[in-house]
Design a protein around this ligand. Structure first.
Ligand code: ZN
Length: 109
């Protein structure tokens, strides 16, 4: 489960920014194509945040949809996986969003 390492990183970054304040809320943006499972992150967050300023913080996860651009005709299409097929028949799709994983906001007391 690679979410454990990812969540540890997130907790470390937020802890650094929080200084000696307690964290009230953290909002993460997780792309649908990032291969990161929000439920796993939630579970890991409970474990990783123990004894840190993030303990009992509210975790908000915003899932961003996957979007791709067809390299043949330039059409934009919705993607559920990091690959797909355009209406024009082309499978040359470039991902333009949905792979992001970032800390969007954090709130401290
Ligand atoms: Zn196309």
């Amino acid at each position: 489960m690679h979410e454990l390492g990812i969540t540890r990183n997130i907790v470390a970054i937020v802890t650094e920014h929080a200084g000696d304040r307690r964290v009230k809320r953290v909002a993460l943006e997780i792309g649908k194509l990032s291969a990161v499972m929000p439920d796993a992150v939630r579970f890991c967050f409970d474990v990783c945040s123990k004894d840190t300023p993030l303990e009992d913080a509210e975790l908000e996860i915003l899932e961003t949809p996957g979007r791709g651009c067809c390299l043949e005709c330039g059409a934009e299409i919705a993607l559920d996986q990091p690959f797909g097929r355009c209406e024009c028949g082309s499978a040359r799709i470039e991902c333009i969003s949905g792979k992001e994983l970032r800390i969007k906001e954090m709130e401290v007391y």
